[in-house]
Ligand binder design. Structure first.
Ligand code: NAI
Length: 256
């Protein structure tokens, strides 16, 4: 069986993916705050390093795929420390174990919101791999009442990290595709708050129009991940695949 490391395995998209992977015979090493095979807090450098070491050990040194679903939309600096650094640093720490696999794959869960980053300073600091600076900017955004801006910015930075990493520093040479699956609105505990509040729901339906088949179920996202994380994906890398019912196509500026 393939060893697949899934972060955020305890809820929503990560939990649905874990079920699908296990059903097809893969071995899932789940990483989450609690309740997974590995309990870890990916918001801190220590937590990331410890989680990557434990995952490598659990996989016997060979990780066939990593899928990062851990993330938060609670307005605050964790949007940066979990969504961005909790992903990029964790995946980077797993690279030796990925390189040891026959057909390694990396899939990150981004977001349609990453098409609309609102805090360029945060995005730039993330991409410069400067967590202290990113945190300084993030803390300022929180103090200024703009904490919500950190979410799209964290996801925009993540998408750009994946594009860059896919073709830099020997990831492609090592045979490791790196892609992002960017969902529209998914019915999970994370988005549940939106549906409690009719005003918020209206705002979201305008911000994320999904003309094809409406809101996503977590397994709808997980199935797209399965392809990108599996052996059938031989040449797709550095891509952001929008699984969004047409939101990105609706929102995109016309080409010229
Ligand atoms: P969820 O809230 O159901 O699951 C997220 C998981 O991440 C939870 O199990 C949580 O414990 C874990 N997590 C949070 N902080 C962590 C930390 N510091 N260390 C380790 N684990 C941590 O959310 P959902 O909806 O399944 O989201 C999964 C991913 O999909 C996230 O990256 C989210 O940003 C993204 N996404 C979700 C959308 C939605 O509408 N639900 C839309 C677009 C993207």
């Amino acid at each position: 069986p393939r060893n697949v490391v899934v972060t955020g395995s305890g809820s929503g998209i990560g939990a649905a993916l874990t079920d699908l992977l296990r059903a097809r015979g893969d071995r899932v090493i789940g990483v989450d705050l609690r309740g997974g095979e590995i309990d870890a807090d990916l918001s801190t450098p220590r937590g990331r390093t410890a989680a990557a070491a434990a995952a490598t050990e659990a996989a016997g040194g060979v990780v066939d795929a990593v899928v990062t679903c851990a993330g938060t939309s609670v307005p605050g600096t964790a949007m940066v420390t979990v969504n961005y650094f909790g992903t990029t640093e964790f995946v980077t720490a797993l690279r030796p174990a990925l390189a040891a696999a026959r057909q390694p794959r990396v899939v990150l869960i981004g977001s349609i919101s990453g098409t609309r980053p609102t805090d360029p300073d945060v995005v730039a600091a993330c991409l410069a791999d400067d967590e202290d600076k990113a945190l300084t900017h993030a803390e300022r955004a929180v103090a200024d009442g703009h904490a919500r801006r950190l979410y799209p910015s964290s996801k925009a930075a993540l998408a750009q990290w994946a594009r860059r990493t896919a073709v830099a520093d020997g990831w492609a040479d090592a045979g490791i595709p790196v892609n992002v699956v960017a969902p529209g609105i998914v019915l999970t505990p994370m988005s549940a708050g939106i549906f409690d509040d009719p005003e918020m729901r209206k705002v979201m339906d305008t911000a994320v129009p999904m003309p094809l088949n409406g809101y996503l179920r977590p397994e709808d996202v997980a199935r797209a991940v399965l392809f990108l994380a599996g052996d059938d994906n031989t040449h797709i890398t550095g891509q952001v695949v929008y699984v969004d019912g047409g939101a990105e196509a609706t929102l995109r500026e016309p080409a010229h």
